[in-house]
Design a protein around this ligand. Structure first.
Ligand code: HAM
Length: 435
C-alpha cells in the first residue's frame, strides 16, 4: 500500500479538544446566561454572506476587507448553469454586518423597544497566525438596534461585559473607552489630522504613509515603536468633537460612573472597522501577550441605513472567545467542572442488564456515568475507572444483583458503602448537588 499523506488542520485553524472544550462550553454558558439576564436573545446567522455586505459595512479600505477575507465565487452546481460572477461570497470576518442584514431582512424595526441580539460562532480572517490570533476564531457578540442612542445603552452593554468578565474570574482586565465622533465632526477632524500627518510623513513607516490618504484615523492605531512619539503630538479628536458628540461622551462617562465601572480614556482607540460612530471601547486582559484585546465594540448609528434599512441606531461588542479562554487558562483561576461521577464495574454477563439499567437511572439523576460495553476483569475495570478520573465505582456482581444492594467505592480513599437502590440514588444525587 502506498503511504498515505497525513492530513492536518489548515494553518490558523485548530481543534478544540476536551478538557479545553469543557471550559469553552462553560464560558459560553456563562455568557449566554449573562446576556439573557440583560434581555438579549440568540441570533444564528449564516457563516457566509455576499461579499458586498462586509465591503459596505466593515469598509473596503480596512485590513479585514482588503486583505483578510476568504472570498470565493460559488461554482456551478448543475451542468449547464454557470456561476454568477457578480455573486461573490465571503466567510464572515465578524458578526455585526450579518445582524444588521438580518434586522433589515426580517423587518425587525417593527418590533417593540430595542432589539437585543447575541451570537456565538466562528469568524474567519486571513491574518498571520500567532498566540491568540487564528484564521478561524470564535466570537460571542451582542448588538442593540433601535431608535435610541441614549448613552445609558452604551453603558449598559459595557456593564454586561464587565459583569461577565467578573463572573468568569477574569479580573485583570482594562476597559478603554473613546468617542470617535459622528460623520460630520469626524470628517472635519480627519482633514485636520491628514494635514498634520503630511507634515511628519517622512518620519512614518510605509503603512502609515499609505494610510494618510486611505484612512488617516488608522495611523493612531499604529504599534510601530518609532511612530509613537510622533503620534503623541498629533491633534486629538476629543478637541474636535461637535457639541452633541461631546455631550454624548460626557454622559457615557457619567453612566459608567453610576455603575461603578472603572475605565481608561484612550484617544487613540479608533478600531479597525469603518462603521463606528461616537462610542468605541475595547477590553484587554492579562496573560495574552501582544494579542491582548479580548473584546472590542462600539456604536454604529447609520449602519443599518447604509445597508438599505430604515434609520437605526446600533451599539454592540464582540468578545474573542479564544482569547477569553486563553486568559482564563493563564490566570489559573479555572472553574470546577463536573467530571465522570460513576464508573459501573459489572462482573459476568448476568449482571450486565442491571448495570445498563442502573447507568440510565443515574444519568437521569444528572450524573455523568460510564458503563463498559464489554465484560472486563474486575481489577482492570477498576483500574480504568481510576484512569478515567471517576469519583465513584459502583460494583455490580452477582451477589449485588441477587440482594439488590450495591457497593459504592469512593476511588480517592477507597471508602466503601453498601446501599440499596433508593438510598444509592438519593446519596449520589445529594453528592451531585453538593459538588
Ligand atoms: P473586532 O475588534 O474586529 O470587532 O473583534 C472583536 C474581538 O474578536 C477582538 O477583540 C479579538 O478578541 C477577537 N479577534 C479578532 N480577530 C481575531 C483573530 N484573528 N483571532 C482571534 N481572535 C480575534 C468586531 O469584530 C466587531 N464586529 C465588534 C462589534 C460588535 N462592534 C459592534 N458590535
Amino acid at each position: 500500500m502506498p503511504e498515505q499523506k497525513q492530513i492536518r488542520a489548515i494553518k490558523g485553524t485548530r481543534d478544540i479538544l476536551p478538557p479545553d472544550s469543557d471550559l469553552w462550553n462553560w464560558f459560553e454558558r456563562q455568557a449566554r446566561e449573562t446576556f439573557e439576564a440583560y434581555g438579549f436573545r440568540d441570533i444564528r446567522s449564516p457563516i457566509f454572506e455576499e461579499t458586498d455586505l462586509f465591503a459596505r459595512s466593515v469598509g473596503t479600505d480596512t485590513d479585514i476587507v482588503s486583505k483578510e477575507m476568504y472570498t470565493f465565487t460559488p461554482a456551478a452546481t448543475r451542468e449547464g448553469s454557470s456561476p454568477d460572477s457578480s455573486e461573490q461570497i465571503s466567510l464572515r470576518p465578524e458578526g455585526t454586518a450579518s445582524v444588521c442584514r438580518a434586522y433589515i431582512e426580517h423587518g425587525m424595526h417593527t418590533l417593540p423597544g430595542n432589539v437585543k441580539l447575541y451570537y456565538s460562532g466562528p469568524m474567519f480572517r486571513r491574518e498571520r497566525p500567532q498566540k491568540g490570533r487564528y484564521r478561524q476564531f470564535y466570537q460571542m457578540g451582542a448588538e442593540v438596534l433601535g431608535q435610541s442612542d441614549a448613552p445609558g445603552l452604551d453603558a449598559e452593554v459595557i456593564e454586561m461585559l464587565v459583569v461577565l468578565f467578573r463572573r468568569v474570574g477574569l479580573d485583570k482586565i482594562t476597559l478603554y473607552v473613546n468617542s470617535i465622533g459622528c460623520k460630520d465632526c469626524r470628517a472635519k477632524y480627519v482633514a485636520v489630522l491628514r494635514e498634520a500627518l503630511l507634515k511628519v510623513k517622512d518620519q512614518l513607516g510605509a503603512d502609515s504613509q499609505r494610510r494618510i490618504e486611505t484612512n488617516p484615523l488608522r495611523v493612531l492605531d499604529s504599534k510601530l515603536p518609532q511612530e509613537q512619539p510622533i503620534i503623541e503630538t498629533l491633534p486629538r479628536l476629543s478637541d474636535h468633537l461637535c457639541e452633541d458628540c461631546r455631550a454624548h461622551f460626557a454622559k457615557l462617562k457619567e453612566e459608567l460612573a453610576l455603575r461603578n465601572i472603572a475605565y481608561q480614556e484612550n484617544w487613540r482607540l479608533v478600531r479597525g472597522l469603518d462603521y463606528y460612530t461616537r462610542t468605541t471601547f475595547e477590553v484587554t486582559a492579562a496573560g495574552l501577550g501582544s494579542q491582548n484585546a479580548v473584546c472590542g465594540g462600539g456604536r454604529y448609528d447609520g449602519l443599518v441605513e447604509l445597508l438599505g434599512g430604515p434609520p437605526t441606531k446600533g451599539i454592540g461588542f464582540a468578545i474573542g472567545t479564544d482569547r477569553a479562554i486563553l486568559s482564563i487558562q493563564e490566570s489559573g483561576n479555572l472553574p470546577r467542572l463536573p467530571g465522570l461521577a460513576v464508573y459501573i464495574a459489572w462482573m459476568s454477563a448476568k449482571c450486565y442488564p442491571t448495570a445498563v439499567a442502573m447507568a440510565r437511572k443515574l444519568r437521569e439523576c444528572g450524573l455523568i456515568v460510564e458503563v463498559p460495553a464489554e465484560e472486563m476483569k474486575f481489577k482492570k475495570s477498576l483500574g480504568l475507572a481510576d484512569k478515567l478520573g471517576a469519583k465513584y465505582a459502583l460494583i455490580i456482581g452477582e451477589d449485588e444483583v441477587a440482594s439488590g444492594t450495591y457497593t459504592l467505592k469512593r476511588l480517592a480513599d477507597a471508602d466503601q458503602k453498601k446501599l440499596a437502590e433508593p438510598e444509592l440514588l438519593e446519596y449520589l444525587e445529594s453528592e451531585r448537588r453538593g459538588s
